[in-house]
Ligand binder design. Structure first.
Ligand SMILES: *[C@@H]1O[C@H](CO)[C@@H](O)[C@H](O)[C@H]1NC(C)=O
Ligand SMILES: *[C@@H]1O[C@H](CO)[C@@H](O)[C@H](O)[C@H]1NC(C)=O
Ligand SMILES: *[C@@H]1O[C@H](CO)[C@@H](O)[C@H](O)[C@H]1NC(C)=O
Ligand SMILES: *[C@@H]1O[C@H](CO)[C@@H](O)[C@H](O)[C@H]1NC(C)=O
Length: 795
């Protein structure tokens, strides 16, 4: 082939030479033939022999051959038939490209003689190619703001065919925004243009795809298609827009710091920076910016500080969302703080009165105010104190309470109260506050001193030393302080005669009683003193008690013989008839003792007698009786010494001398007998005897009657008490007072003989001065004091 290639130019030069020659020689006209491209090889093109006017054998004889101009194969001459046929399929596009018409020149060379025949073969186009776009897909970027009518050039398609078989028309798939128009360039090529019919909105549709179809004019037409991808370019034509224009949130006030309160969210339909939203406060106060933190990227609002419903109960936030293009939108956020029962009730004491005086009627003690900073039920409160206290709570004005006493208080039963005021709210959970106030009760002098006993009985032995402490009274006062300081005093005696000031004194501070002077039982056996106790309150209260002082007897009085009288120069003489039988009552020694009790029990004893054995003295009653019958030998005069002794410790005694005269009868005049011897010498015996007899009989009668009564009495009382004829002790008439007594026995006597058993219904009471003749003068002088001597006659 290479060698052949090199040879062609020489051959061609030769051929051209021949042709020129042949033409000149033959002068055949050039002929034009046509054939459709893509016709099968061997297809008939022309009958050359006929066209040249040559016989069938002539062609072969003259060595006819076909030479194509560019030495292209394709045509073949059948020498036998003289027909020109296609030696191969012809492709117009390969042969001519876009050149139209596509003509192939060829010569038929003949020898003997030389001849050249020129021919042209027109290769006609068939629509064997489809339009074809250089890219299956095209991308077009269009601003969304492009106005309708804007034209966008598109790449054209190619079709290898020519003429009518080339592209005739462009079309696009149906769509809302675009149409396509087919334009023709100067060279006749058709190209498409995209025309915006309706404005675009990237936010609505950011990308469109249309199919661009190119159609040729063949029959049938062929087409080719490509995708046109239209990207709508964003323009910041949308402002950010919040999802909600108003966000309403409720946040419990005890929400922790950092909690998400609300997340606002805005949309911007634009893209890129045009759609990049950042959030900010449109309007913000100091309060808001210190309480909430806004994340400018996410729109989250978080707590950065504890909320307090009581301080601020709601927040209004104005939020703004801005995009990168400078557009912005707004919304408001309403944050409502929900109350939580987080505040304890508060209690403020406005005034407190303490101490409060006891005994006062309903008194206001305290005024206080309660407060709860929560709201609703969380802020409603109840207020109470302990049940068992004598206090009341009274609601006064709004949220004010007064604490008052519920009646009078008694300091003596409780002097201090701890009052716990409990305030609780009605929230859940309940919160409560307690406040304890201490109220003291001040003393009022409402209690008088009280003596430990209403009556004190003090015993003091007579003849005491002066200033002797004889006892103590005590009184207590339940009040406090000066109201309880007790001072003692002696009150004026009921009996104005009682020389109280000289008898006793009292220690004002401790109630000790002292006997001021030596007491004499015989003068004063008992006395009563009223003592008072007063406190130092204002006004002072006082009370009194009775102190009964009993003077105890001491045996300081010797028996005193009343009969017979001892001081006379002419002692009395008893006459005893010689005819008297044994046991004849001669006389009776009567004695008394100033003391009392044991100390006054007297016993009689015959101490000495002229003739012992003749007389006897009854130890208990002092009766002197004859012990035996008298005889003529007995002396006329007898002298008896009788000892009277009391039963005290030590005993005291007195003695008495009795003169007894034995007489033969009562005829002897005896009385008066200043001197026995003189009387004997002077008296008329008859008168004497008469008197003696009279006296004897009367004294005997008297004695007998006395004895009878006494015996009977003592038997009765003996049966009752088993003892002697005891006068009940402990009975102290209140008027036993001897004002002028100096401790010695008074000379006036009231001699009471107890004849009854001591009962109130005395059968018989014998009360009269005994020996009225003897003591009548004394009685007349000193009977005011009336000291009573009780004589006992134990059996
Ligand atoms: C091109 O095609 C469109 C629709 O396919 C048609 O309306 C129009 O007449 C055609 N233009 C030509 C020149 O054939
Ligand atoms: C958003 O907040 C961050 C950090 O808080 C800050 O760096 C940034 O500048 C803010 N952006 C805007 C747009 O305010
Ligand atoms: C009151 O409280 C005080 C202090 O707590 C206590 O000392 C006192 O005994 C209390 N008084 C009463 C009456 O409970
Ligand atoms: C003896 O005592 C009595 C009674 O006290 C009195 O009346 C009389 O005068 C006294 N006689 C003499 C002599 O003192």
């Amino acid at each position: 082939m290479e060698a052949g290639g090199e040879c062609f130019p020489k051959q061609r030069q030769v051929l051209i030479l021949f042709l020129l020659l042949g033409e000149a020689l033959a002068g055949w006209e050039s002929r034009r033939y046509s054939v459709m491209e893509e016709t099968e090889s061997g297809s008939f093109v022309a009958n050359l022999a006929k066209d040249l006017g040559l016989g069938v054998g002539e062609l072969a004889a003259r060595g006819a051959r076909v030479v194509s101009e560019d030495n292209e194969p394709g045509l073949q001459l059948d020498l036998q038939t003289g027909e020109l046929v296609l030696s191969e399929k012809l492709d117009r596009e390969e042969m001519c490209g876009s050149t139209d018409p596509c003509v192939m020149h060829f010569q038929v060379l003949l020898k003997n003689p030389l001849g050249v025949f020129r021919g042209e073969l027109l290769v006609r186009d068939i629509n064997d190619h489809s339009p074809e776009f250089p890219e299956r897909e095209m991308t077009l970027k269009i601003l969304e703001t492009s106005p309708p009518g804007t034209v966008f050039a598109l790449k054209k398609a190619q079709d290898l065919d020519v003429g009518n078989n080339n592209i005739q028309n462009y079309s696009i798939s149906p769509n809302a925004h675009f149409r396509v128009s087919t334009r023709t360039r100067g060279d006749g090529r058709k190209y498409p243009e995209l025309v915006l019919v309706k404005e675009l909105d990237r936010e609505e549709q950011a990308e469109l795809k249309v199919t661009l179809t190119a159609l040729d004019g063949g029959s049938p037409p062929r087409s080719g298609a490509a995708q046109v991808r239209i990207l709508v370019l964003d323009v910041n034509d949308n402002a950010p827009e919040f999802v909600q224009t108003l966000y309403q949130v409720q946040v419990p006030e005890n929400s922790p710091v950092g909690m998400l309160v609300v997340k606002v969210s805005a949309r911007d339909l634009d893209t890129g920076t045009n759609g990049e939203i950042s959030y900010s406060y449109f309007y913000s106060s100091q309060e808001i910016s210190t309480t909430f933190e806004l994340n400018n990227f996410s729109g989250e609002v978080r707590l950065i500080k504890k909320l307090d419903f009581e301080t601020i109960s709601s927040y209004e936030l104005e939020m703004e969302a801005s995009d990168g293009g400078g557009l912005s939108g707004r919304c408001s956020v309403s944050i409502e703080v929900v109350d939580v029962n987080d505040n304890f009730p508060e209690l403020t004491i406005s005034s407190l009165t303490s101490p409060i005086p006891e005994n006062s009627p309903e008194t206001e003690v305290a005024l206080f105010r309660v407060r709860d900073r929560d709201s609703g039920d969380n802020g409603k409160m109840t207020c109470c104190i302990q049940d068992d206290l004598p206090f009341l709570l009274k609601p006064s004005e709004e949220n004010f309470y007064t604490l008052v006493t519920n009646g009078a208080l008694d300091r003596e039963s409780q002097a201090e109260y701890n009052i716990t005021i409990t305030v609780s709210d009605l929230g859940t959970p309940r919160l409560q506050t307690q406040h304890t106030i201490t109220v003291t009760v001040s003393d009022v002098n409402d209690n008088a001193p009280a003596f430990s006993q209403t009556t004190y009985t003090l015993r003091v032995r007579e003849n005491n030393s002066p200033a002797l402490h004889i006892g103590t009274v005590s009184a207590t006062d339940r009040d406090a302080g000066a109201n309880a300081q007790v001072t003692y005093s002696l009150l004026p005696p009921r009996d104005p005669q009682l020389p109280l000031a000289s008898l006793v004194s009292i220690n004002a501070d401790n109630g000790q009683l002292f006997a001021l002077r030596s007491l004499d039982y015989e003068a004063l056996q008992a006395f009563e003193v009223r003592v008072g106790a007063a406190d130092r309150g204002s006004p002072a209260l006082s009370s009194q008690a009775l102190v009964r002082v009993l003077v105890l007897d001491d045996n300081d009085n010797a028996p005193f013989v009343l009969y017979p009288l001892q001081n006379g120069s002419a002692p009395c003489t008893e006459l005893v008839p010689r005819a008297a039988e044994a046991g004849y009552l001669v006389t009776k020694v009567v004695a008394v003792d100033g003391d009392s009790g044991q100390n006054a029990w007297l016993s009689f004893q015959l101490l000495k007698a002229t003739e012992p054995g003749l007389f006897g003295v009854w130890a208990h009653n002092g009766e002197v009786r004859t012990a035996r019958l008298l005889s003529e030998r007995d002396a006329v005069r007898h002298r008896l010494l009788v000892l009277v002794k009391d039963n005290g410790e030590p005993p005291l005694s007195a003695s008495v001398t009795l003169h007894v005269l034995l007489v033969d009868g009562f005829s002897q005049p005896y009385l008066p007998l200043p001197d026995v011897a003189a009387a004997e010498a002077r008296a008329d015996p008859l008168t004497v005897y008469l008197v003696i007899a009279l006296a004897s009989v009367s004294s005997l009668f008297l004695c007998s009657a006395l004895a009878f009564v006494a015996v009977r009495l003592c038997r009765r009382s003996g049966a009752a008490s088993g003892g002697g004829c005891a006068v009940p002790e402990g009975h102290f008439p209140g008027h036993l007072v001897d004002v002028s007594g100096a401790g010695t026995l008074s000379q006036s006597y009231q001699y009471e003989v107890c004849l009854t058993g001591g009962s109130g219904t005395s059968e018989f009471k014998f009360l009269k001065p005994i020996f009225p003749n003897i003591v009548s003068q004394d009685l007349g002088r000193k009977s005011e004091g009336n000291p009573t001597f009780q004589s006992n006659f134990p059996e």
